[in-house]
Design a protein around this ligand. Structure first.
Ligand code: SIN
Length: 551
């Protein structure tokens, strides 16, 4: 396994000084829903390498509780789902991308069911849950462990596909572009092209070269840029950072979604209390028991996330409280246990909290990046050969705020379109991969300064949490940027002198992503969706009804 059926340049196979070079038809970076569903389909057309930093099931998808929003009932319609998505995106969602996602969504969901994903049914039909911003019940779910079930089904399909090779504990660290060619003579210098990636085998501590004419970035999100996040430790923005360094356009990074309800003081990552719980009727209260959502939006608990997170943040600051309460005590305990078995049992066993008998202390935490690597409606980036899908991408669907449970749907639909596009242009697959220089770390040292990495990571996360959180200001953004520029310069110096490790790669990416969030936020001098600033309190369509694109 592992050899390309289409082309194999005769160089650098096993040099004793340099590490191995792998040739595949497709390189997929990341093992969430976007990467795995792409890999399963791509495996019919050639050889596929899937690289992932940790074990294959470790991804943001795996932690998704809520579900997949899709039009699957007679009382729902494409038009309603489109309207809800556009309205939640506060003017910035691209309508063409939204329509595609909504219309192709049900078919993509059926693809998942066909490979064995088991969703929750009631009376012979899919049991559709409700979440904020949706005008009807449309969340397909597997109890409260939807992402876990999708990962299980996709990994089983991957295991059954003989042309897929999975590389666990392999950290992609840099995309291979013109800079890495032995000679640039044969390439069109007016365009940037991607031919693969340098990847650290973190067990062997060797950087290997993965070459493929089609590369899909599906690395997920960047929640670890913030101190409090629902994302697992792997969510360090690697795809956005690598793509930016390679010359890809990055957009809308100011729109970081804070999930309104994570269990207070539950550690890292923060334990998510799914939005589906509010959809089921849970009520938000201040610590002294008062309801407050009616003061912010007529939809109350079922307003979109930007509004609910802002409301909670405002109440916490106004009252000097550390958390608000999510109250389920008026709901049937049996129904709560049946619908949310994972949340119920985790709260009970791990946090000694019976959610049917006591209100849940909750706070918002960083959850999802609406921006990312800019793609067209077929998952193509501005770098030839490079596609992106899932949270790492910015397809235009989410605009200034993502509608709950649209993320898994977006990943399914656009990874499928990316595959179809790369297959349609089959000549890309047969194109010669030019001669690429192997990774050369001669002159660098092994360093024992790991405390610097841990300290810098924490410092970035604290700066971002304190200054670039739910409510921002010019002063805070400027202060954050100055500090981050200093840290990032130190990190880059360290990176140049030191042999790469997973921790160093992640730190470099977190630092860069943090700067991209701030740079986008500084350009948007208005408040819209997830970007709220005290200096420009209103939405300003005359000047800012457009994406923020970093070249
Ligand atoms: C949740 O269950 O609340 C998270 C799902 C999502 O982010 O869409």
């Amino acid at each position: 396994m592992g050899g390309s059926v289409l082309r194999r340049p005769p160089f650098f196979s096993h040099s004793p000084r340099f590490s191995m070079t792998h040739h595949f038809d497709f390189l997929v970076v990341g093992t969430g829903i976007a990467g795995l569903s792409y890999a399963v389909k791509a495996s019919q057309f050639g050889t596929v390498a899937v690289v992932t930093k940790k074990e294959k099931a470790e991804s943001n998808t795996n932690y998704a509780q809520g579900g997949v929003a899709a039009v699957m009932s007679k009382v729902d319609s494409f038009e309603m789902h489109v309207r809800d998505t556009l309205s939640t995106g506060v003017g910035l969602s691209h309508e063409d991308a939204v329509r595609i996602m909504v219309q192709e969504g049900p078919e993509r969901l059926r693809d998942l069911i066909a490979i064995g994903a088991k969703f929750t049914y009631k009376d012979g039909a899919l049991d559709l849950g409700r979440e904020g911003g949706h005008s009807t019940n449309r969340i397909v779910h597997a109890h409260d462990l939807t992402g876990h079930e999708i990962e299980r089904a996709l990994l089983a399909a991957v295991a059954a596909a003989p042309t897929i090779q999975m590389f666990e504990n392999h950290v992609a660290l840099e995309l291979i572009t013109e800079h890495h060619l032995v000679s640039r003579r044969s390439v069109d210098s007016s365009r940037v092209h991607c031919w693969g990636a340098y990847v650290l085998d973190s067990h062997a501590r060797l950087v290997e070269t993965f070459l493929a004419p089609v590369v899909l970035l599906a690395t997920g999100g960047l929640g670890q840029v913030y101190l409090h996040t629902t994302n697992p430790p792997i969510a360090t923005g690697d795809g956005v950072a690598m793509a930016y360094r390679a010359g890809a356009k990055i957009g809308n990074m100011e729109f970081i979604q804070f999930h309104p309800t994570t269990l207070f003081n539950s550690g890292s990552p923060s334990f998510l209390i799914s939005e589906a719980v509010r959809g089921f009727g849970a009520i938000l209260r201040t610590r002294n028991g008062e309801e407050f959502m009616h003061a912010y939006d007529p939809r109350k608990e079922l307003a979109p996330r930007d509004i609910v997170a802002y409301a909670i943040d405002t109440e916490l600051k106004r009252r000097g409280d550390e958390y608000v309460l999510l109250d389920l005590r008026h709901l049937s305990p049996d129904a709560v246990r049946e619908h949310f078995p994972y949340i119920y049992s985790t709260c009970l066993t791990k946090f000694k909290l019976d959610i049917t008998a006591e209100p849940i202390p909750v706070v918002p935490a960083a959850h999802y990046s609406c921006g990312g690597v800019v793609t067209d409606i077929d998952g193509r980036t501005n770098v030839d050969g490079l596609y992106a899908a899932g949270e790492v991408s910015m397809t235009g669907v989410h605009g200034a705020n993502r509608l709950a449970s649209n993320s898994l749907l977006e990943a399914l639909v656009f990874s499928d379109r990316a595959l179809r596009t790369s297959i349609a242009g089959r000549e890309t697959l047969t194109a010669e991969v030019p001669e690429v220089a192997p990774w050369d770390d001669s002159g660098t040292l092994n360093s024992e300064e790991w405390i610097l990495i841990a300290h810098n990571r924490r410092e970035i996360q604290e700066i971002m949490w304190d200054y670039v959180g739910i409510v921002r200001s010019d002063l805070r953004l400027g202060r954050a940027l100055r500090r981050l520029e200093l840290i990032q310069k130190e990190v880059e110096d360290f990176y140049k002198r030191t042999k790469v490790t997973e921790g160093l790669i992640e730190l470099r990416n977190i630092g860069l992503c943090a700067m991209l969030v701030i740079k986008c936020a500084m350009q948007r001098k208005e408040s819209r969706g997830l970007h709220v600033t005290t200096d420009y309190r209103n939405r300003n369509d005359a000047e800012f009804l457009h994406d923020t694109i970093l070249p």
